[in-house]
Design a protein around this ligand. Structure first.
Ligand SMILES: C[S@@+](CC[C@H](N)C(=O)[O-])C[C@H]1O[C@@H](n2cnc3c(N)ncnc32)[C@H](O)[C@@H]1O
Length: 243
């Protein structure tokens, strides 16, 4: 199969939206690991008054991690899939959380304008056609010194990492998803990870897109060597000029 992109990917997520929360609930630590990645942004405790963008918010799991760690932040959550967004928006949210439907490639057209103090993207960037262009645009939406957090399936580079990923997908995720009618999306999931960057390569991609203080941090449990948190910063103007 070829990878799903753009409208085809949004349609696959529309179809999967109803069962998405149940599937991720079967992944031990899914929500705790998202919260861990948000904490790794290193933002002021509580996030009072901060403007935060959640890209590819889906049914709101990443948005919930942001509200849990940063209850005082104003959060704009964006997704291209109407079905996923509908699920997200139907949940109870504290004031200050808004949802917008837009592809991340066309944020300005949807009225999503910076500056933001932080941008968070969980399980998004290996799904976009041109991650470099999206990262450059994200950098432009951040205030100088603003933080980027990326929580993503990125293999660690050992043969074992790919073997574990394949075992989990073929042995658990794909059979469950196929039984629920979403086999194509979850075959895409496997392929999108093995064809995407390793963690080191993705960290380099962030540096090339103009982020500094880039770190790639492993996640605990079965996802060690399979998923990572990446953090980076839009440099301050004087540091930017020196680059
Ligand atoms: C795997 S889900 C992750 C959802 C959520 N961040 C979470 O942590 O559970 C990926 C989401 O990214 C969205 N997405 C993929 N490509 C996109 C794009 N180009 N623009 C906007 N959203 C996109 C999908 O619609 C989907 O809801």
């Amino acid at each position: 199969m070829t990878l799903l992109r753009d409208e085809r990917l949004a349609a696959a997520f529309d179809h999967a939206a109803r069962r998405y929360d149940a599937l991720v609930a079967a992944n031990p630590g899914y929500h705790a690991q998202l919260r861990r990645s948000v904490r790794r942004l290193g933002l002021p405790r509580g996030g009072e008054g901060l403007r935060v963008l959640d890209l590819g918010c889906g049914t709101g799991a990443s948005t919930a991690a942001l509200t849990a760690v940063l209850p005082g932040a104003r959060i704009t959550a964006v997704d291209a899939s109407a079905g996923m967004l509908e699920r997200a928006a139907a949940k109870p949210w504290p004031p200050g959380v808004t949802f917008t439907r837009a592809p991340v490639e066309r944020l300005a057209r949807a009225g999503v304008r910076g500056p933001y103090d932080a941008v968070f993207a969980a399980y998004l960037l290996r799904n976009v056609t041109d991650p470099d262009a999206v990262l450059t645009a994200v950098r432009g939406l951040l205030a100088p010194g603003g933080r980027l957090g990326v929580h993503e399936y990125t293999l660690g580079g050992r043969r074992l990492d790919r073997a574990v990923w394949t075992l989990v997908c073929r042995g658990i995720v794909q059979p469950a998803a196929t039984a629920l009618g979403d086999g194509e999306l979850y075959r895409h999931l496997w392929r999108s990870v093995v064809e995407f960057d390793t963690a080191d390569r993705f960290a380099d991609r962030l540096r090339t897109a103009g982020f500094d203080r880039v770190r790639a941090l492993p996640l605990p449990g079965w996802q060690t060597g399979i998923a990572h948190t990446f953090t980076g910063r839009r440099p301050l103007p004087e540091q930017d000029a020196a680059r």
